[in-house]
Write a protein that binds this ligand. Structure first.
Ligand SMILES: [Fe+2]
Length: 450
């Protein structure tokens, strides 16, 4: 380690010389021996010492106390007074300059040494503390987040970002109740969370809420609170960032999604309408199938999005009939095999019409499979069980029940009870069990009817 450098400010040359020789023997480097404040300043500028030993009575306009005070302020170099003076008034004045020590003449070499070492040690600790405080201050003051401490429901500390967010200056904020800036819609929940957080030391909570700034403007913030001890008592350390823009974007997004949903709905209904205009006997069929299928999905506890997809597919499931000649569609009496096969291609045609549209649900596939049956006896591909989309398995139940329960060109309505018996009889054979159970429950227990 390098020798510590010491400057001696002493007007008596004999004393100064003696001191310098003692210091050198102890291993210190004496950077200078001066007799006045101005001499000290010049010497410090030329060769910066680690410590100044300062006599209180020195030459020149300034005494040692004034010189010491300036040295500590300007150069931040620790000063130790070395004096024979013992009058209380002067010592009190000297003490007021926060010196790093006093050496009272006469002193022993060990007193000299320990005073110097203690002063250097104290200075070192203080500088480290200052550095860490500075680091902390830069972080907190420069943070984009609002950082604050709330104790006894009032702000006890707030960084500049908190002032920026709230519009209140630090003097207005300190002592202000945090409730004053919470948006009325959130006061209840914030009160509740405040109590919960305060009672659990070390606990952290994060949530978003609105505040109202000094000008009455609302802001959304993302708040992170930690229960801490501040000056020996419970408090909350809060950190918050402004998420107003994000919130607005989310709302806009939600509105766009809602609009998109309406558009899809409109398109699907328009598609549905095209086929029903050509086939008045099945008018309303798709809508009824869709509604029952949706309820079956709900009854099966499927997610709302799946239920909506089932409804959408139901609305257009027979769209492929648009290519079937209307004479066949409206023909009274039995259909020939050829006519029947013409009708049967409607699920493939429906699929082909819809496949190019990127719906949020697999509508084309559901439509393609709505005449498939669990045992593989359906068309067009003879798929079995799990090979058939869940939504298609639901629609097939709903489709059969609606078709049998209502009037057809070639026959009168078979009736609701017969329809329900048909799916009950073929439960697990042709029709998916949970969908059958849900459908029966809707009609028999929940009073559903078309
Ligand atoms: Fe069909």
């Amino acid at each position: 380690m390098q020798n510590k450098k010491i400057l001696i400010v002493e007007d008596e040359s004999v004393t100064a010389e003696d001191l310098a020789s003692k210091l050198s023997k102890m291993g210190y480097e004496v950077t200078g021996r001066v007799t006045s404040a101005d001499g000290a300043f010049a010497s410090i500028e030329g060769n910066r010492p680690d410590l100044v030993l300062m006599d209180i009575l020195i030459n020149g306009d300034r005494n040692g106390i004034e010189a010491a005070s300036l040295i500590q302020d300007e150069w931040s170099i620790p000063v130790v007074y070395i004096t024979a003076l013992s009058d209380e008034k002067t010592l009190a004045e000297a003490r007021a300059t926060d010196p790093y020590g006093f050496i009272i003449k006469p002193y022993t070499p060990s007193e000299l040494r320990s005073s110097i070492e203690l002063a250097l040690y104290k200075y070192d600790i203080e500088s480290r503390l200052k550095k860490s405080e500075e680091k902390y201050r830069i972080l907190v003051d420069g943070a984009v987040s609002a950082i604050f401490i709330v104790q006894d429901e009032v702000f006890r500390f707030a960084n500049p970002a908190t002032e920026f967010y709230t519009g209140y200056g630090s003097s207005e904020l300190l002592g202000k109740s945090f409730r004053d800036i919470v948006h009325p819609d959130f006061r209840e929940i914030i009160n509740y969370n405040y109590g919960r957080l305060l009672n659990k030391p070390g606990q952290t909570m994060r949530f978003g809420f609105r505040i109202v700034d000094k000008n009455g403007k609302g802001l959304w913030i993302d708040f992170n609170g930690t229960s801490i001890e501040y000056e020996g008592r419970p408090a909350i350390l809060g950190e918050a960032i402004d998420i107003t823009e994000k919130k607005l974007a989310e709302e806009t997004n939600e509105r766009s999604l809602e609009r998109l949903r309406k558009i899809i709905n409109g398109i699907v209904n328009a598609i549905s309408y095209t086929v029903e205009t050509r086939d008045p006997y099945t008018a309303g069929h798709q809508k009824r199938v869709a509604e029952l299928a949706r309820l079956i999905a709900v009854e099966m506890d499927l997610p709302p999005d799946t239920a909506e997809g089932v409804y959408m597919a139901g609305i257009v499931h027979d769209i492929g009939k648009i290519t079937v000649p209307s004479e066949i569609l409206t023909k009274p009496g039995r259909l020939s095999d050829t006519e029947m096969s013409l009708i049967r291609i409607h699920s493939q045609v429906g699929h082909d019409i819809l496949k190019g549209i990127d719906f949020p649900w697999p509508l084309a596939k559901i439509v393609l499979q709505h005449h498939e049956r669990l045992d593989g006896s359906g068309y067009p591909h003879g798929l079995r069980g799990g090979e058939i989309l869940l939504e298609a398995r639901i629609i097939s139940v709903s489709d059969v029940v609606e078709a049998m329960a209502s009037h057809r060109p070639y026959r009168a309505a078979i009736g609701r009870e017969t329809a329900l018996e048909e799916i009950e009889k073929n439960r697990g054979v042709l029709y998916y069990e949970p969908a059958v159970d849900a459908c029966l429950s809707l009609f028999r227990d929940k009073g559903f009817s078309f």
